[in-house]
Ligand binder design. Structure first.
Ligand SMILES: *Cc1c(COP(=O)(O)O)cnc(C)c1O
Length: 422
C-alpha cells in the first residue's frame, strides 16, 4: 500500500525481524511505509511519496529533520571518531547545557536511551532511600524495562506484569495511581512505608497528551515531600520540548530527579538522568548505585544534542503559538462536524481523541475510538500527512513546520470530518 517498494521491503523485513519493524508502534496495516529521507517538516518514502510529518520520530525532532546546524555538528563530530570509551568535551558541554537549563538538575549522568535513563533513575532512588517501592501513573510510559512494565488497570493495585516475560517479582513493588488524582496518591503513600519514588510524566505523553489540572503537580510535590518519597519527572518527551527547561520550568514544579532522552540527542540515541546533588552523588563511581554504558555520553549524540538545544533557544514561543493555531483550527473542524471527540494539547504536542468527550487520565484515554482513528490515519496519509499510527500517540510539531504545512493538515482533517458528517 502507498507504493510497491514499501510493500516489497515489508514482505522481506517481516520474514527476518518480528512484525517487520524495530519497535512495535511503527507497524500498521497493511504495511508500514519505509522512509528514505526526511528534511524539515517533510518525510519521503521509498516510493517517492512526500508527507507533512506529525510523528516526528515520536518526539526527538523538535527542529525538524536534518536541521542544518545539527547535521553540521554531527558531521564534524563523526569525522573525529565516534566513540572513545573515555570522557570528551561534547558530553561535558551537553551536561553543562542541561544543568544550566533544567531547574531540578544540579548534576547529570548521560545514558543512551530514555529506557536506560528511567531504569537508572529508579535504581538510584531505591539505592538512595533504601526502599524498594515505586509508584507510576496509570498510562504513564517509562520505556521497556521490567520494573515499569505493569498492566494498565484499576490503579493503586500492586503491579501485574504488562508483558509476557516480566516476572511477577519484578513488578511486585510497582504500584499505579491515576493521573490528576492527588488524593489517590496520598492514600497509597499513607498506607505504604516502602515507597522510594513516584515516577511520572509531568504531562502525560503516551496516552495522547494529558495536561495536569490546576494544582495537581503542586499537590504531588507536597505529598511526596511529606512522605519522604522522591519525585522523578520523566521528561523524556517534555524535556526541551515544552520549554528550554522542560515541563518543570513551564509549570513551575521542581522534582528531585529528572529523566531525559529524545531531544537531547539531536536525533541520535541519547538519554540522561539528573537531579539534586546529594542524590546524584550516589551514582558510581562517586557512589554505590551502579549505572554504566559503552555508548553513554556518545560524542556524536552529545554534539548533535548541543547543537539542537542551541538552535532551539528563543524558538519555543513561536513553535507553541503555531501549534495552538493549528489545534484551534482542528477543534473548529471537529466541532462543526458534530462528531464526539477532543483535542488535547500542551506546547507543541497535541492528540486527537475521537469518541472521547474529555481525557483527563490514562483510563479515559482508553475510551478513544481506535477504529475511527485508523480511518483518519489512512485518510491523512492519502492527503499527504503522516500521523503517528496509533490513536494513543502524540502529534508533534517542530519549528520547521510552516503555515503551509498547517494548512495542508487542517484541510485534510476538515475534509475527513466533513466526509463523516455526510
Ligand atoms: C520514549 C519514552 C521513554 C523511552 O525512551 P527510549 O529512548 O525509547 O528508550 C521513556 N519515557 C517516556 C516518557 C518516553 O516518552
Amino acid at each position: 500500500m502507498r507504493g510497491p517498494r514499501s510493500e516489497e521491503l515489508y514482505s522481506r523485513s517481516k520474514r527476518l525481524t518480528p512484525g517487520g519493524v524495530s519497535s512495535p508502534v511503527r507497524a500498521f496495516s497493511p504495511n508500514p511505509l519505509f522512509i528514505s529521507e526526511g528534511r524539515g517538516s517533510r518525510i519521503r518514502d521509498v516510493d517517492s511519496n512526500e508527507y507533512v510529518d506529525l510523528c516526528m520520530a515520536y518526539g526527538p525532532l523538535i527542529a525538524g529533520h536534518a536541521c542544518p546546524e545539527v547535521v553540521e555538528a554531527a558531521e564534524k563530530a563523526v569525522a573525529k571518531g565516534t566513540v572513545y570509551g573515555a570522557p570528551s568535551e561534547p558530553e561535558l558541554e551537553l551536561i553543562e547545557t542541561i544543568t544550566s537549563q533544567m531547574p531540578s538538575c544540579d548534576m547529570v549522568r548521560l545514558a543512551c536511551s530514555g529506557t536506560e535513563a528511567t531504569m537508572h533513575a529508579i535504581r538510584l532512588a531505591r539505592g538512595y532511600t533504601g526502599k524498594d517501592g515505586i509508584v507510576k501513573i496509570n498510562g504513564g510510559f517509562h520505556g521497556a524495562h521490567d520494573a515499569v512494565l505493569i498492566a494498565a488497570g484499576s490503579g493503586s493495585a500492586q503491579g501485574v506484569p504488562g508483558s509476557a516475560g516480566v516476572p511477577a517479582d519484578a513488578v511486585r513493588n510497582t504500584y499505579a495511581v491515576e493521573y490528576n488524582d492527588a488524593s489517590m496518591l496520598e492514600s497509597l503513600l499513607d498506607g505504604n512505608e516502602d515507597v522510594a519514588a513516584v515516577i511520572m510524566e509531568p504531562v502525560l505523553g503516551n496516552v495522547g497528551v494529558v495536561p495536569p489540572q490546576k494544582g495537581y503537580l503542586e499537590d504531588v510535590r507536597r505529598i511526596t515531600r511529606e512522605h519522604g518519597v522522591l519525585l522523578i519527572f520523566d521528561e523524556v518527551i517534555t524535556g526541551f520540548r515544552l520549554s528550554d527547561g522542560g515541563a518543570q520550568k513551564m509549570l513551575g514544579v521542581t522534582p528531585d530527579l529528572t529523566t531525559m532522552g529524545k531531544i537531547i540527542g539531536g536525533g541520535f540515541p541519547a538519554g540522561a538522568f539528573g537531579g539534586r546533588k546529594d542524590i546524584m552523588e550516589n551514582v558510581a563511581p562517586a557512589g554505590k548505585v551502579y549505572a554504566a554504558g559503552t555508548f553513554a555520553g556518545n560524542p556524536v549524540s552529545a554534539a548533535a544534542g548541543c547543537a539542537l538545544l542551541k538552535h532551539m533557544r528563543g524558538r519555543y514561543d513561536a513553535l507553541n503559538a503555531a501549534t495552538a493555531r493549528l489545534v484551534a483550527s482542528l477543534r473548529d473542524s471537529l466541532e462543526d462536524s458534530g462528531a464526539e471527540g477532543c483535542i488535547n494539547s500542551v506546547g507543541s504536542m497535541f492528540s486527537i481523541g475521537i469518541g472521547a468527550e474529555s481525557i483527563r487520565n490514562g483510563t479515559e484515554a482508553q475510551g478513544v475510538d481506535r477504529k475511527a482513528f485508523a480511518s483518519l490515519f489512512a485518510h491523512m496519509l492519502d492527503s499527504g500527512v503522516y500521523l503517528p499510527p496509533s490513536a494513543l500517540e502524540v502529534e508533534f510539531m517542530s519549528s520547521a513546520h510552516t503555515d503551509d504545512d498547517a494548512r495542508i493538515v487542517s484541510e485534510a482533517f476538515d475534509a475527513f470530518f466533513r466526509g463523516r458528517k455526510a
